[in-house]
Design a protein around this ligand. Structure first.
Ligand code: ADE
Length: 270
């Protein structure tokens, strides 16, 4: 999978050299390229922002700078991106996929913004299936709205996504969050794929149950007896009960959206 990140602070993305995502880059599972947006500015000061039409506080990122950057990095649907740094192309050519004007093979543009749809595990799963994702990190009051509009009109999928109901200084930290969330779902990134199956926000629609390791007793706190029993059916039942209780206490919104058909008789007694 190829991922391009456009930012005025490339150093923010240095953390993507670490841990499992860093290993995925080194082994070639993830072709991640970070670009300095100012390389597409044309004036001596490498300006990327200007005052907002309609007035108000702060600055807005200029559409022309973003337009040039995205023309180079995003590519044209059906004719994937070249690389301004001279690297190899990512996505393969593709035919129309049936969605209005969107073609397979076109890069998916992700714009982190506090005014976006809330990013969830479902978005991570969908992005992990893409061949090419471009993340456009805004700063200041955001990016001129015509940038996303133009990318959509050109046939790209565009997702404006928020990582939560709070405001960061820019999209870089949100980009780190999203890239880690979808990067770890790429085949071969997490050593044991079973560890992806039972986690919070997985298929069960529940938070994960509490976990314990050795020693069985630590500073007066004991591991629940059932986990030491070796009785697999009882352990499974206990874990499911704990997941239900925890989800009800911490995330009643998730309980409300559980499908009743997925509950078993024992769940209803928890
Ligand atoms: N940029 C600033 N705040 C953000 C948020 N909460 N999510 C995504 N991008 C952002």
């Amino acid at each position: 999978m190829r991922v391009d990140v456009l930012t005025i602070f490339p150093d923010y993305l240095a953390a993507l050299d670490l841990s499992l995502v860093g290993k995925a880059r080194r082994t070639g599972i993830l072709d991640l390229r970070v670009h300095d947006l100012r390389d597409w500015a044309t004036d001596r000061h490498r300006t990327v922002d200007d005052t907002p039409f309609g007035g108000g506080a702060g600055m807005v990122m200029k559409p022309d700078v973003w337009g040039r950057a995205l023309d180079d990095v995003l590519g044209t649907p059906g004719d994937p991106a070249g690389d301004p740094a001279g690297g190899t192309d990512g996505a393969a050519d593709g035919a129309a996929d049936g969605a209005a004007g969107v073609r397979a093979g076109a890069a998916h543009l992700v714009v982190p913004t506090p005014s976006g749809e809330v990013f969830t595990q479902r978005h991570a799963e969908a992005l992990a299936r893409e061949e090419h994702v471009v993340v456009a990190c805004g700063r200041y009051e955001g990016i001129d709205a015509r940038v996303a509009e133009r990318a959509r009109a050109a046939g790209h999928r565009v997702s404006e996504l928020s990582i939560g109901d709070y405001v960061l200084n820019g999209g870089e930290v949100a980009a780190l969050v999203m890239i880690e969330a979808f990067g770890r779902l790429l085949p071969g990134v997490v050593g044991n794929p079973h560890s992806l199956v039972e986690e919070s926000h997985g298929a069960a629609g529940l938070l994960e149950y509490p976990v314990y390791t050795k020693p069985p007793s630590w500073e007066g706190h004991d591991v629940p007896e059932v986990l030491l029993s070796g009785h697999h059916a009882r352990i499974e039942r206990w874990r499911r009960d704990q997941a239900l209780v925890r989800t009800a206490a911490r995330r009643p919104d998730m309980v409300a959206s559980l499908d009743v058909a997925d509950l078993d008789r024992a769940d209803l007694t928890v």
